[in-house]
Ligand binder design. Structure first.
Ligand SMILES: [Zn+2]
Length: 227
């Protein structure tokens, strides 16, 4: 990543956010959201790629032609999905009155100009037009094409992930009431997450993760635990 480019994008985005949203805490919101979404993107990639190969073994039939290309495309696809999921959450939870503006804003913050490919643009528009269930289904379908081994990851990963993005968004806006109720919704999907001796499944600040269970995106052994 070009750090200068990222810093320039971030300071522009902060100024734009403060002006459009009539707020003064754009730096805090943008920094927190980037820390949360960056960690989720990288963790999801690890769960779908390295963990699948480590735990289930490498399936030569499913190896992508170019790992580097697959990684780059996968991370863009995750960003695009997260941008829309976060934007919809920001609108629904009342953090912004302008969901589509927020999505565009987050796109400028999270993606470099050369990452906003025609395919990424198309993905953004499609995700925005879909229901939450269809959005995650499209996400899984897009990942399966780019990173075939993602289809071997535990299905529960894709039930937890939208809520992970919503929690990161709530935390970025300092909504400490909503974040734990979203975590409870995750515990209803995967009860084992509250059993971690280190974090007890509590909501961690954006950018923090639990070395025990992987919270905010649980390690493979936790995803596959059955009560
Ligand atoms: Zn933990």
């Amino acid at each position: 990543m070009d750090l200068d480019d990222f810093c320039r994008r971030q300071s522009q985005a902060v100024a734009e956010f403060n002006q459009h949203e009539q707020r003064s805490d754009g730096l805090r919101v943008a920094t927190s959201l980037c820390a949360g979404l960056g960690l989720l993107r990288d963790s999801l990639f690890i769960r779908m790629h390295e963990d699948v190969e480590r735990v289930l073994g490498r399936d030569s039939m499913l190896m992508p032609v170019s790992e580097i290309k697959a990684q780059r495309l996968t991370k863009i696809e995750i960003e695009v999905y997260q941008i829309v999921e976060s934007g919809v959450a920001a609108g629904e939870f009342g953090y912004t009155g302008a969901t589509e503006w927020f999505v565009e804003w987050l796109c400028r913050l999270r993606l470099a100009a050369d990452q906003v490919t025609p395919a990424a643009r198309k993905g953004l528009a499609q995700y925005l037009s879909l229901s939450p269930e269809k959005r995650v289904a499209r996400f899984e379908g897009a990942l399966a094409k780019i990173l075939p081994e993602s289809t071997r990851a535990p299905l529960v990963l894709f039930r937890l992930f939208p809520l992970c993005v919503q929690i990161a968004t709530a935390l970025a806006f300092g909504d400490h009431g909503r974040a734990p109720s979203l975590r409870n919704a995750q515990a209803a999907v995967l009860p084992a997450i509250v059993d971690c001796r280190k974090c007890r499944g509590r909501v961690l600040e954006n950018g923090e993760s639990c070395p025990g269970c992987g919270n905010p995106l649980w390690k493979f052994s936790w995803l596959t635990s059955v009560d």
